[in-house]
Design a protein around this ligand. Sequence first.
Ligand SMILES: Cc1ncc(COP(=O)(O)O)c(C=O)c1O
Length: 382
Amino acid sequence: MLASQRQHFDIPREVAYLNAASWSPLPLATQEAARQAVGRKGQPWKLDASFANRQHERARAAAARLIGADAGDIALVSSVGYGVAIAGKVLAPAKGSRVLVLENDHTSPVLEWQSRAEAQGFTVETVPQPADADWTSAVLAAIERPGARPLSLCSISSVHWSDGGLVDIARVQAALRRQGAAFLVDATHGVGVVATDVKELDPDFLIFPTYKWVLGPYGRGFVYVAKRHQGGVPLEQTAFGRRDVKAENPVYFADTRYVPDARRYDMGERDHFISMEMASIGMEMMAAWGQGAVVARLASLTHRIGEGLAGLPISIPAESVRAPHILSLGFPEGMPEGLVERLAAEQIYAAPRLGRLRISPHVYNDEADCDRLVAALRRELR
Ligand SMILES: Cc1ncc(COP(=O)(O)O)c(C=O)c1O
């Protein structure tokens, strides 16, 4: 099994950082590359003409590799919300149809549709948060609800950020196909850890940022766009989204047709030479460890914590319905006041999320981190 990779991070022994689902620490290699990249921007005359394109394509290829996509199916964006906004412009949920979202899902896959619903004449239907975190059953029931309006789109996270429930997106996609509905997957808490293969799944859009599970910086995200949607109008109108609009040419607007693949959707000012390379490094490290090895490691850590907490007055979603890398504790009598702060005072970091305590280890954690958390929670909840 993959051993702890703590040596690649700047994490003191006494820190148990169990909060990757909020934001992960940057690997040492990423920090060093970032320092050098800042220096490059300090002396831009040293950059050769092909440098920018190498950066874009390195990041695009690294993102594509994590989800089994072709590089040309990936657009470079700044956030999940930006990716959903592309989908908002490209997809047109039919008048009178419904768009499915999850209750308390992150704002990014939800608000785009809520803000468009009235003007475009569709409704947004919210799948209620199930008490047992079995989101797959809840979503399938909503898709197939008898007598419901026609379904045009399901826009959901593949892992719910608050309770750690895992949606079986393959089963959801099969049900959506039967209804002729589109599928937008916010794979923020999936890519890199949960097996993701867009060629097999065939979603319409699948989006992820880099600052959590793939160990990157803020402000860098990636959108997979199915080939059937690569003929749409991008959110921003850029020179590089067109076939031949180049400042170096004698004629500027030489060919304004869009480039033929998902690159047309790249965000404006995509030349983030500092953070783009940082994003690439984290994704390349994840690929080098391998999704299977990473998930086995993280599943063993969350399992160890779950076992250690047995018998305490808490509820934990069953392993069969929760994500392997996130443990979200419910407190039937409410989370003890000040719990998160007292844990932090012991340098144990987890996140309060909608009344639950979300524990999210990553490859830098080890068994000692888990055991410290378990000991602290047993003291607190005894
Ligand atoms: C499920 C989910 N989606 C998206 C995001 C981030 O969205 P954005 O990149 O639009 O800020 C988060 C951040 O917590 C999240 O948990």
